[in-house]
Write a protein that binds this ligand. Structure first.
Ligand SMILES: [Zn+2]
Ligand SMILES: [Zn+2]
Length: 161
C-alpha cells in the first residue's frame, strides 16, 4: 500500500455505500446488504468476503484492518457500520464489554419479560457461575410446573432431557 492512495476503487466504494442506510453522524448506519448469522454485514472485495464493519473502518481510516482485532460496537447494533460507533478491541475486550453490558442490564432490570415486578418475595437470585441472575419467582415456578408436567407426560422439553 503506497501512502495516501485510497484503499478501494470507486466501484467498490459505490457498491459499499449502496448497502448502507447512511443517517446522521451520531445515528446508526444500518447495513442492508448480505449478513451472517449474528447480523454482521459482509461484502466480497476482490473475491474475499469481508466484514462490513471492517470495510467501514478501512474506508474511514484508509488503513487495512488488523485481523487480530474485532470491530466492537458502542451501540450494540451488529448491522451498524457507522465508524463513529466502532472501535477496535481484542476478542477478550469484546467479551468483557458484552459481559459488562449484560451485568448492567441485569441490574437495571426491574420487571421480568412478562411484567412481574422483580422485587420483594418475587425476586429470586440465582447463582450462575460467579454472577447472580435476577429472576422472577412467578415465572420460575410456572416454568418448573410446566417442566414437571411434561416430564410426567413423558414429553421431552425442547430436546433437553
Ligand atoms: Zn450504531
Ligand atoms: Zn415473571
Amino acid at each position: 500500500m503506497s501512502g495516501g492512495e485510497p484503499m478501494f476503487d470507486e466501484a467498490t466504494l459505490v457498491r459499499f455505500w449502496d448497502y448502507v442506510e447512511k443517517r446522521g453522524a451520531d445515528e446508526c448506519w444500518l447495513w442492508s446488504g448480505p449478513r451472517d448469522r449474528p447480523g454482521y454485514g459482509n461484502m466480497s472485495v476482490n473475491k474475499i468476503r469481508r466484514r462490513a464493519t471492517h470495510l467501514a473502518m478501512e474506508i474511514a481510516t484508509n488503513k487495512p484492518w488488523d485481523p487480530a482485532f474485532d470491530a466492537c460496537h458502542t451501540c450494540d447494533t451488529p448491522s451498524c457500520v457507522n465508524p463513529a460507533h466502532l472501535w477496535a478491541g481484542t476478542r477478550r475486550d469484546n467479551v468483557l464489554d458484552m459481559v459488562a453490558k449484560k451485568r448492567h442490564y441485569q441490574q437495571l432490570k426491574t420487571h421480568c419479560l412478562k411484567g412481574h415486578p422483580l422485587e420483594g418475595a418475587n425476586l429470586k437470585i440465582r447463582k450462575d457461575g460467579r454472577s447472580h441472575q435476577r429472576e422472577c419467582l412467578i415465572c420460575y415456578q410456572a416454568y418448573r410446573y410446566d417442566w414437571n408436567r411434561k416430564q410426567r407426560l413423558g414429553i421431552e422439553n425442547g430436546g433437553r432431557k
